[in-house]
Ligand binder design. Sequence first.
Ligand SMILES: CC(C)(COP(=O)(O)OP(=O)(O)OC[C@H]1O[C@@H](n2cnc3c(N)ncnc32)[C@H](O)[C@@H]1OP(=O)(O)O)[C@@H](O)C(=O)NCCC(=O)NCCS
Length: 127
Amino acid sequence: MDLSRGVAATVHHVLPPDTNHLGALFGGVAVAWMDLTAGLASMRLCKHTTVTAAIERVDFQIPIWGGDVAVVEARVVSVGRTSMRVKVDMYRENLQTEEKTLCTSGIFHMVALDENRKVTPVFPEEG
Ligand SMILES: CC(C)(COP(=O)(O)OP(=O)(O)OC[C@H]1O[C@@H](n2cnc3c(N)ncnc32)[C@H](O)[C@@H]1OP(=O)(O)O)[C@@H](O)C(=O)NCCC(=O)NCCS
């Protein structure tokens, strides 16, 4: 099963509306950016709209601060009949050195929908 198209990345500048009272990226905003990127990865793979069925787990390991550049990378890691598990990692990128530090990671479950918003196989030939 070729999952290589099931990848996506988004880049975000962390600005004041997205930070909490400590000046760090607000967790809910981080999850929204991760959800968005997981959706893109899953839609690229199945060529359909997808919706988020579940967020299995999100670990916030290192804060991302206001002014930082956040890079979110998503990759479909397994496929059911109509659902996909997407691993999502969020990094802080140092613009000078281009070094990326893993800050947050999670697993998102996305489900493929057809034009009638009914669940549909990820790979129709196998559905
Ligand atoms: C997700 C949703 C489409 C599933 O619909 P459903 O009628 O339960 O569909 P099914 O029971 O046929 O399940 C479809 C697939 O989703 C998976 N799934 C459903 N609920 C799940 C959950 N909570 N966690 C993980 N996978 C789930 C099923 O295992 C199945 O996977 P498979 O086909 O690969 O085996 C439906 O619950 C829904 O529309 N939820 C709201 C989605 C939403 O609004 N998301 C936020 C905005 S994007």
